[in-house]
Design a protein around this ligand. Structure first.
Ligand SMILES: [Zn+2]
Length: 345
């Protein structure tokens, strides 16, 4: 009897292992066959993303990696300040806002969970490190660990969630300086490449001018990754549109993401030029606005997210873009850019 019991337990374990194996295989193959978007409240299909602002911030803490932490802000005060701005864009038909604040700069998954529940706006957060601004926002281990070790931390967040919150990152956020890459930036970009290969998360890199953008695309290529895995963030800081066109032809996403009234003509001109080149499907627009700032009275002056609807979209329409083009820019492009999908050469 004892022996029989032992045997059935053994069979039971074998079945369990088989089930686990096929279960994992099935989940993995599904997740790569049916691309998903990973929001703060879980995965959605790309069709559920809807009208999107692809680069905004709800909170940014500029104090530096050595001093930042959740003690620096009160979540209730941030919610009271920020929630009306999310409800405002909901009225404008937005369904999703991509929150681009990285770790050590004020990323707060619990706060985002509260804000998404209260507003009904889908939020997307990130993994990765910000190596711009003289590496002020890098933790000490970013200097001592290899690209592989850093990637392991980001992959771990992608597989198990961020800090036990149950919130998973929906993209990789990195940052380089507005000039030729130095060793620390090359390492961060390489870590992003390793993470992309393991997770299928898109790489959004705070970049600016073309020189560091081109260098990063070269690192992607060396690592066997297609340019469509890369969002050239702050591309408006490169004055030469030919550079944007070249990168977009390779497949990179070109993000003009700091919209304000004084930029209106430039953004319209850029959209028209990209349409003429047949590259409107590689363009992303946003405000890079918001920013509850811990340490300032009541979080400082918060910038809302309505300029694109009030000024840019009407101006694009007046200058010849169709409703379908507008839909491409604010619905189809963000959904394609943030799809979890390995983009391998
Ligand atoms: Zn930003």
């Amino acid at each position: 009897m004892k022996n029989l019991h032992w045997k059935s337990e053994k069979y039971y374990s074998a079945i369990k292992i088989l089930a686990l194996f096929f279960g994992t295989f099935f989940t993995l193959s599904c997740s790569f066959e049916q691309p998903q978007i990973i929001t703060v409240s879980g995965p959605i299909s790309d069709g559920e993303m809807g009208k999107t602002l692809h680069h905004e911030h709800l909170l940014v803490d500029f104090i530096g990696a050595d001093s930042t932490g959740y003690h620096r802000w009160n979540k209730d005060s941030v919610v009271a300040k920020v929630l009306p701005y999310l409800l405002e864009i909901k009225q404008l038909g937005y369904k999703t806002l991509v929150e681009c604040t990285p770790a050590y700069l004020g990323r707060d998954p619990e706060l985002l969970k509260i804000l998404t529940e209260k507003s009904g706006i889908q939020l997307i957060t990130n993994t990765g490190y910000y190596s711009a601004v003289d590496a002020k926002f890098l933790p000490p281990h970013a200097f001592t660990e290899s690209a592989e070790e850093l990637a392991q931390r980001w992959i771990e967040e992608s597989q198990n969630g961020i800090e036990g919150t149950g919130v998973f990152p929906g993209f990789i956020k990195i940052a380089v300086e507005r000039k030729s890459l130095e060793a620390i930036h090359e390492k961060i970009v390489k870590a992003a490449c390793i993470t992309h290969k393991a997770t299928g998360l898109t790489i959004m890199s705070h970049t600016g001018p073309a020189i560091p953008a081109i260098e990063q695309l070269e690192i992607l290529e060396k690592n066997g990754i297609h340019s469509s895995a890369f969002i050239w963030t702050h591309a408006q800081n490169e004055p030469d549109n030919k550079k944007h066109i070249d990168a977009a032809r390779k497949g990179a996403w070109i993000a003009f993401d700091n919209f304000s009234e004084k930029q209106l003509n430039r953004y319209v001109k850029f959209a028209l030029e990209m349409k003429k080149e047949g590259l409107l499907q590689k363009v992303l627009f946003s405000h890079d606005a918001g920013w509850y700032r811990p340490g300032e009275p009541n979080g400082g002056e918060f910038q809302g997210f309505t300029g694109i609807d009030e000024l840019l979209i009407p101006a694009l329409g007046k200058n010849g873009l169709s409703q379908q083009d507008i839909h491409q820019l604010f619905v189809l492009n963000p959904a394609e850019a943030f799809k979890v999908k390995q983009r391998i050469l």
